[in-house]
Design a protein around this ligand. Structure first.
Ligand code: PGA
Length: 258
């Protein structure tokens, strides 16, 4: 596990965007796993800037989103398809046919999830998976006690998650109770994971995920089993990390080597 602490959200987003841009320059048909929520917004802004100012080319990139609410149509203001469309897809030169988000209106969830997994495989697997972390430690919508071997499936949302996400809806009552999410096993198969976490309300779960035991009570702790997972965090989110000096030294060495 690598931990990169940056003074501000803007700088953390820049570090993550540089890693993705570098990978895209090496492999123009990169397969990117994407996340929603407030956290990745600054990353998307930075990638849009790189597209506009340096010509970063998304034309051959394929994207797979982690999750979607069950019961929301793609054009619902709070759906994750709409979030991606408004905040990222419409602002870069991605081929719309190469953007995949689980279908929250599917009539056959089991089949849809199986097909989503098969589609990821047929594209060669995910090269870089972007992740946020819920205040309860979830990645994707894999809530605490999710199987660490889980695959794409439907899942009930934890009440904490519904409350955290109520800000995107008119009221708490409107937040769906279910979702489709890539599983933890699916996420662990991506070649690289970049988890972003900002703000003091993430400090506890970040420390538990990085320095605590691997446990399904903190699903992000499963990333300790991943060979190439980085947590990119701002100062407030790093506040509870015990080995901070070590992480800073390791990142300084990485910069020297690059
Ligand atoms: P947030 O959500 O970025 O809005 O804090 C993170 C998550 O639930 O994964």
């Amino acid at each position: 596990m690598t931990v990169i602490v940056q003074p501000t959200i803007a700088e953390a987003a820049r570090v993550a965007a540089q890693k993705i841009a570098q990978a895209m320059r090496k492999k123009p048909n990169l397969v990117l796993g994407l996340a929603t929520g407030s956290t990745p917004l600054r990353l998307y802004e930075e990638l849009i800037r790189l597209h506009k100012e340096t010509g970063l080319d998304f034309s051959r990139v394929t994207t797979f989103n982690l999750d979607e609410y069950l019961g929301l149509p793609p054009d619902h203001p709070a759906s994750y398809r709409r979030f991606m469309q408004d905040n990222f897809f419409s602002k870069i030169n991605l081929n719309p046919n190469h953007t995949f988000v689980p279908d929250g209106l599917t009539q056959d969830i089991t089949r849809h999830c199986r097909e989503y997994e098969a589609l990821i495989k047929s594209c060669g697997g995910i090269d870089i998976q972007v992740l946020g972390i819920g205040s309860d430690g979830h990645i994707g919508f894999n809530e605490p006690t999710s199987s660490l071997a889980s695959r794409t499936r439907d899942k009930a949302l934890a009440e904490q998650t519904r409350r955290d996400n109520a800000r995107f809806f008119a009221s708490l009552d409107e937040v769906p109770h279910g979702c489709i999410t890539m599983g933890i096993g699916t996420i662990l198969e991506s070649r690289k994971c970049l988890l972003l976490a900002f703000g003091q309300n993430k400090a506890r779960v970040v420390a538990e995920a990085v320095e605590g035991p691997v446990t399904s009570m903190i699903p992000a702790s499963a990333l300790q089993f991943h060979a190439d997972a980085s947590f990119i965090v701002d100062e407030p989110a790093a506040a509870n990390l015990k080995l901070r000096a070590y992480y800073d030294q390791a990142f300084a060495n990485e910069l020297l080597g690059s």
